[in-house]
Design a protein around this ligand. Structure first.
Ligand SMILES: NC(=O)c1ccc[n+]([C@@H]2O[C@H](COP(=O)([O-])OP(=O)(O)OC[C@H]3O[C@@H](n4cnc5c(N)ncnc54)[C@H](OP(=O)(O)O)[C@@H]3O)[C@@H](O)[C@H]2O)c1
Length: 342
């Protein structure tokens, strides 16, 4: 075991683009689990990076409280239990939880806000953070419970080469839809065509989204699964079909704006074409998680879902790895490896 617990703390709140300077490195003692509190000590193996973490850095009301200044940066991780005073969390087991940007963290099994889950024996450690993790559940719930695509409909997915978008696009294909993906750059777009078998792609860094949608969707878009917001959302609303559904999953193009961007200027289309636009948070659908895992697990077993893991290395590299989400450097689900299980 390391002598110290390395940590990255939130040092200041960004106004605009997040940078490495907003985090501060610290070394502290490795904490001891307390018997009376049923605590266990974990060693982090893989950290997971989510665009939503940028929002947790702001002192604003949201579905989770902000990370306080001076606190360890919050993040999901897969870890191994290295010492335990809790029989439900035995030593040696892998566990997924909100363990943060540090080597070691304490759990107690009593954290209602971020309950930790034991990972069954034999499951690869990255799987609960990638294709069988929160981004896939988000894609599943958003697309199927809000978008409700039917066979033959046209589905547009932005952020389509990312962890969430790539699964939303594949589920739409599995449901018999014609799927158009928007992503940045030729490499990501080619992967969407060659590997995920999308019907069309739009490279928003090199093409005008509106022009391409006019050419590709003369009948309009039936379902728009939007991860990007801003001008991308506006372009989708411009081409929405009658009775279309717009799933607001995220708005990554806006997370680093110092002040809110002007809203879409074409919301009257929702009225004119009887369109429903609905935002959601994945945790709203926890009562449906068993069915979601059953379906995702079946598609995975049948070889019908593909995914990419972008695994960075090194504790020093944690803040820089987070920034990759916002410049599009990540190819697939962004992770960072800290250690192998023992
Ligand atoms: N509602 C929920 O419960 C929930 C849960 C999880 C995630 N989400 C949302 O889902 C979206 C995707 O998250 P993820 O974890 O799957 O990340 P991801 O898509 O794997 O990675 C982020 C991607 O966003 C794209 N991007 C970054 N800045 C952009 C910009 N200014 N304009 C357009 N695209 C930009 C980049 O792809 P390109 O190279 O293609 O630009 C980047 O690779 C985010 O909006 C996130 O907040 C929502």
């Amino acid at each position: 075991m390391n002598e110290v617990n390395r940590q990255w703390l939130l040092n200041s709140r960004p106004s605009g683009m997040v940078s490495e300077a907003h985090f501060k490195y610290l070394e502290t003692d490795v904490p001891e689990p307390i018997l009376a509190d049923g605590e266990y000590l974990v060693r982090n193996l893989y950290l997971s990076f989510e665009p939503a973490m940028r929002g947790w850095m702001d002192d604003e009301p949201s579905y989770l409280p902000p990370v306080e200044l001076g606190q360890v940066m919050r993040s999901t991780a897969v870890a191994q239990i290295v010492r335990s005073e809790n029989p439900d969390f035995p030593e040696g087991q892998l566990v997924q939880g909100m363990f943060g940007w540090q080597d070691y963290a304490l759990g107690s099994g009593r954290d209602d806000m971020f309950p930790a889950n034991l990972i069954p024996e034999g499951v690869p450690p990255t799987l609960p953070l990638t294709i069988m993790g929160g981004t896939s559940l988000t894609a599943y719930f958003g697309l199927l419970h809000i978008g409700k695509p039917t066979p033959g409909e046209t589905v547009l997915v932005s952020g389509a080469a990312g962890a969430t978008g790539s699964v939303a696009a594949q589920i739409a294909k599995l449901k018999g839809c014609r799927v158009i993906g928007i992503a940045g750059g030729p490499t990501k777009c080619q992967w969407l065509l060659d590997e995920l078998k999308l019907d069309h792609v739009i490279d928003y860094k090199n093409e005008e989204i509106g022009d391409r949608l006019s050419a590709l969707c003369p009948e309009g878009i039936n379902v728009f699964f939007d991860n990007v917001g801003g001008r991308t959302l506006e372009a989708g609303i411009d081409h929405i079909a009658q009775f279309g559904r717009i799933v607001l999953c995220g708005a990554i193009s806006e997370y680093n704006n110092a002040s809110p961007a002007p809203g879409p200027n074409n919301l009257m289309n929702l009225v004119k074409f009887s369109v429903r636009m609905e935002g959601f948070i994945m945790i709203n659908y926890m009562d449906k998680i068993d069915q979601a895992f059953a379906d995702l697990g079946q598609w995975l077993a049948d070889g019908k879902l593909k995914w990419k893991e972008d695994i960075q290395q090194g504790f020093d590299h944690i803040p820089a790895t987070f920034l990759r989400l916002f410049n599009g450097a990540n190819e697939g689900k962004q992770l960072l490896k800290l250690a192998d299980p023992r």
